[in-house]
Each structure stands twice: as C-alpha cells, then as structure tokens.
Design a protein around this ligand. Structure first.
Ligand SMILES: [Fe+2]
Length: 505
C-alpha cells in the first residue's frame, strides 16, 4: 500500500473528549489520506468489481457551541475505488462555506440540531430550521459523473470529484438550484433517464417543493406539494412514472415554533400521509393516501404494480421512544438514534391510484434500516434489500442483513464485537445478469485493532462473510450514507475538462 498524507486540518476538539459520538467508534479524523494499491488482508479483490464506493461521514473538527449532536458533524467523504483487482482510498473534508468560515474563526459559528438557533453567531445560515451550518455530511449520490453531498435538513449540494473526494464547488444546476430553501438529504438519481429528483422543505408555505433535474443538469420541472404545516420529511421515492413524498405526524410543535423553538413531537392520533405525483405533475396532480401513523427515515424502493404504487421503507413502531430508566445521560439523549428504540422494520405500502385505498403490511419482524438495493432496480420491481442492523441503544451498525422480499428469507452477518460498518452499497458485478449478482461494499471501524477496513461481500451470500478485506490507512469514524457508482458510468462522463477526469481509473 502506498500511503500519503495529503492534508491535516487543525482540530480544536478536546483530547479527552467523552462525548460518545465524538469518541470511540465515532472519534473524528482530521487527516486526509491518499492510499493506492490497498493491502489485501484476506481473500482477493474481485476483478469484476469496477467502480467507486463513496461514504459520507459526520466528522466534526470543532466543539459545538454548547451541545453536539452527531448530525452536526462536518462532512468527510471517503472513497474506495476498485478496478482490475486493485483498490485505492481517499478521504477529504467537504469544503462547505460554513466549514471554511468556522475554520477561519477557529470554532463553531452555527448551532447544531440540539441547540437553539438563537445561538447562531452569524445572521445567515442554512437548513429548514434556518441558521444552521451547511455541513453536507449526510448523503452522497452521483449525478452526471460528479458526487453530490447533502445536508440532512436542506442546504447546498456540494460537487465532489468521485475519485479524489476533492470539493469542486456548489451545485448550481445551471442557475436553477433552489438556493432559497436548499435541497434535502436524499435526492434520487434515476439511472435510466439520467434525471435527478429532489425535494426541498421549509417553515414557509407551501412547505414542500419537488424538482427534477435532467441529464443536461438543468432544472426542468418543479411543483409545490402543499402540506398542512412545516414537516420534517427525510426521504422520498420514485417509480417509472411517479414521485412519492410524505407528511408524517412527527413535526415541530406549532405553538413553540411561533417562538422560533424547534421541538419535534409525534402525534399517534394523526395518520401518515403520502403524496403520489406524476413525475412531471403539478400541484393539482397530487393524490394523497393515508396510512398508519409512523415516521420513516428511509425508503428502499418503489414501483408500479397494475393500479397500485408499491412503496417499501422502514416503518418505525416507536418514532418517539420514551425516556429510559438509566443514569446514562447519553442513552437518554440519543435514544432517538437507536434502531432498537425506534423499532425500524421493513414495511410495504400499496397505494391504489383508482380506488384511493392504502394497504400496508409489515414485511419482517427483524429490525434493520439503511437499506440498499441493486441500483438497476430503482423505481422498478425488485426482490432484494441489504440493510444494516444496529447495536442496541446506539447509532452504530453491528451487522448486515439480506432481505429476500419475495420469499421473506433473511440472511445475516455480524461484524463481531467492537466492529461497526457503514451503510453498505450494492455493487453489481461487471456483466451482472441477476439482481443479486454482485458485491456489497462497506467500511468498518474496528475498535479491537484500532483500525478500519474495507470489506467486500458476495451479495448473494452475505452470511458467508467477506470475500475480501482491505487495509485502510487510519481508523475512520463510524458513518452512514453511501453509494456505489460503476466505473463505466463514471468513465462515460469523463472528458478532459470534466470533474471526473482525475486519476488513472
Ligand atoms: Fe438519511
């Protein structure tokens, strides 16, 4: 392995930090690495694995103003690239405006989600809440050969080189970027049409807006999706012909909001509502469906089945877990982050476009979240979802699950005591013929060896364990959202002046 340090940023975090989401498996990094020809510790790198695994991370560089929440961390993008049986690694901070400004100031300027916005030291900022930092540390997708990182609440999208993780600037969509509201955490790319679908939400009416960016990077469609008030939608889904949005009964207390206090509350007496909109439809084309009350962080997929829209996602049985009887203040504070507390289970909603009826069913009793699928099946009928299992009480992924949605069969792999993975992307094998013909890629944080590894699994045989284990230069912080993009797709966009024209891939 050829390893170089390409950057080191000044961290002002305390050496003896005891915050559980800035220490242990969440200990942030401040070094930026470049490693080529990664050392293979076990197995071998499949020669038909070609592309890059990108993973975003909440990786703070400075203490919060008062109280840190893991969603506040600065974005750090990790890249593990594969080609011809070799692999490389890069990691870089996402140079957002807020990140650069805080570095200049030497400390936090904007409050995080657990702090009041009144604490902001600037009179401008980002997020649906307003006056937050555009950390861009939540998701990463690839559109037109460029990686786009997002902020969990709504903010700018940052363009990054998908090979080097270098920040290239803000996404502007040829002048059409909705800078007033920003774009929410999970924009969706439809590989079939080359479109990117997104939504924005705000405290201002109509509270939700939907947009479509085409393959030329132009916003070609927008529509207002009117909500009854400010909501906290995190994810969306799409089918071949429709986009699906949500209005869950978990939102900021309207009374407190009048005083600019942002306290989410769950209302189990109110239904969940889903908006089904033709992909190029307007406000008047929205069809609303009601369903059992819950909150959903992430959907796995949606598709059309006759008159019905089928939507799969992780239903939370307990979106607002009650305080636990423990002296551990951290367990009390962060109970909203633990999959076992939220009781997240794969669930299927069927919305009948003719009758207006909703049918829904639980697909499994197993608790998992952060589901990934073979990207070629996005918006289409599919069979498999690969998801993370959570360490009880913690925002840490202790294993992997493969859900066969046709048979209900499940397969698991546990990373082992003290080892945590990230959202695990599915990488179809080059020339892949079947939906599960490919690999799963994840980055682990191994507390036993104080190191991180990239693991590659056979997507059809998760329980067999990794087919390949690669060394990374340094233990990386636990982190979540990721994506896979095929090398062929990146090379399709590679021209001399393209963002992706970088290293020898
Ligand atoms: Fe998310």
């Amino acid at each position: 392995m050829n390893t170089d340090v390409i950057g080191k940023l000044l961290s002002t975090l305390p050496e003896d930090d005891d915050h559980p989401y800035r220490a242990g498996p969440w200990r942030p990094q401040n070094t930026e690495w470049q490693a080529d020809d990664l050392t293979v510790l076990e197995g071998e790198i499949p020669r038909d694995l070609d592309g890059v695994y990108l993973r975003n991370t909440e990786n703070p560089l400075h203490p919060s103003l008062t109280f840190y929440h893991p969603f506040d961390g600065d974005g750090m993008l990790h890249v593990v690239g594969f080609r011809d049986g070799k692999a490389f690694y890069r990691n870089r901070f996402v140079r957002t405006d807020g990140f650069l400004e805080e570095n200049e100031a030497g400390g936090a300027l904007w409050p995080g989600v657990a702090e009041p916005i009144q604490a902001a030291k600037r009179d401008y900022g980002w997020g649906a809440r307003t006056l937050m930092k555009d950390a861009s540390s939540t998701d990463v997708v690839v559109h037109r050969g460029v990686a786009l990182t997002s902020f969990w609440q709504c903010g700018d999208l940052y363009r990054l080189n998908p090979y080097t993780a270098e920040t290239l600037g803000k996404e502007e969509w040829n002048g059409g970027f909705p800078s007033d509201w920003g774009v929410s955490a999970h924009p969706k790319v439809d590989d079939r049409t080359g479109e990117l679908l997104y939504f924005s939400y705000s405290k201002q009416a109509p509270y939700l807006r939907y947009g479509v960016v085409d393959e030329t990077n132009t916003v070609v469609h927008t529509a207002d999706i009117e909500l009854p008030g400010p909501r906290l939608p995190h994810d969306m889904a799409f089918t071949e012909n429709y986009a699906i949005f949500n209005d869950f009964p978990l939102f900021w207390d309207p009374k407190l909001l009048e005083a600019n206090i942002h306290l989410p509350g769950f209302h189990p007496d109110m239904p969940s509502r889903f908006a089904v909109v033709p992909r190029r439809g307007g406000a008047g084309d929205v069809k609303w469906f009601e369903a059992d009350p819950t909150f959903v962080l992430h959907f796995t997929n949606a598709y059309e089945d006759g008159d019905e829209i089928v939507l799969d996602g992780f239903f939370e049985d307990d979106p607002a877990p009650v305080d636990v009887d423990t002296d551990d203040k951290w367990q009390k504070m962060f109970r909203f982050l633990a999959l076992d507390r939220l009781q997240t289970r794969l669930h299927r909603w069927r919305f009948n476009l003719v009758t207006g009826e909703t049918r829904e069913e639980r697909l499994t009793d197993s608790i998992s979240e952060f589901g990934m699928i073979n990207g070629a099946h996005t918006g289409r009928d599919y069979r498999y979802a690969w998801a993370a299992t959570g360490k009880p009480g913690w925002f840490l992924f202790d294993g992997l699950m493969r859900h066969d949605l046709k048979t209900g069969a499940e397969e698991r792999f546990s990373f082992g005591e003290g080892v945590y993975g990230s959202e695990t992307a599915m990488a179809p094998r080059v020339g892949s013929a079947a939906e599960d013909d490919g690999y799963l890629v994840t980055i682990t944080t191994d507390m036993n060896t104080d190191a991180s590894y990239c693991l590659v699994f056979d997507a059809a045989r998760v329980a067999d364990g990794p087919v390949c284990k690669l060394a990374l230069p340094e233990r990386v912080s636990s982190g979540t959202h990721s994506t896979w993009v095929a090398g062929g797709e990146l090379r399709r966009w590679r021209t001399d002046d393209s963002a992706a024209a970088a290293i020898g891939m």
